[in-house]
Design a protein around this ligand. Structure first.
Ligand code: ZN
Length: 156
């Protein structure tokens, strides 16, 4: 009897863990059709199909106003302007994200081993993280697509 209870508990625990890892746990969950309706073509390509903006100084790459950066798909706050720096890589770069707002997962696409950064709330693709960030802070470079984020000004 005791054994079967333990087995049941293990099974129950396993089911819970499996649910925690599933995409349905996202705070903002929409079908691809619903995303297509609210996102522009470029936003859908980058955020949902893991595309990449053209590199360059356009968009938010050289934008250094005081404020915060939000997910372009679900409006979750992701980065503070204090974390943004000029990395000269052609994309907006941050040395840190607001705790618990982004997910890091291994990405082996395009013949490279990288770590993908996604929005923790909606699963939208933001960019990748690299270890060549500023040594005096975190040493990390969150390389993020302008298309994936929105800037909101604030004096804080
Ligand atoms: Zn999001």
């Amino acid at each position: 009897m005791k054994k079967s209870i333990i087995v049941l508990l293990i099974l129950f625990n396993f089911t819970l863990n499996a649910q925690n890892n599933s995409k349905t746990d996202l705070k903002v969950s929409k079908t691809e059709e619903e995303w297509k309706k609210i996102l522009t073509e470029q936003q859908y390509y980058v955020l949902r199909e893991k595309g990449t903006d053209r590199p360059g100084d356009h968009g938010l790459t050289k934008h250094f106003e005081k404020g915060a950066y939000f997910c372009a798909a679900c409006d979750a706050q992701l980065f503070k302007s204090d974390s943004k720096y000029e990395s000269h890589c052609g994309w907006p770069s941050f040395d840190d994200a607001i705790e618990g707002t982004v997910n890091l997962t291994p990405d082996r696409s395009h013949g490279m081993i990288r770590t993908e950064v996604t929005c923790n709330s909606c699963g939208g693709h933001l960019g990748h993280i690299f270890d060549d960030g500023p040594k005096d802070t975190t040493g990390k470079r969150y390389c993020v697509n302008t298309t994936s984020i929105k800037f909101k000004k604030s004096d804080k």
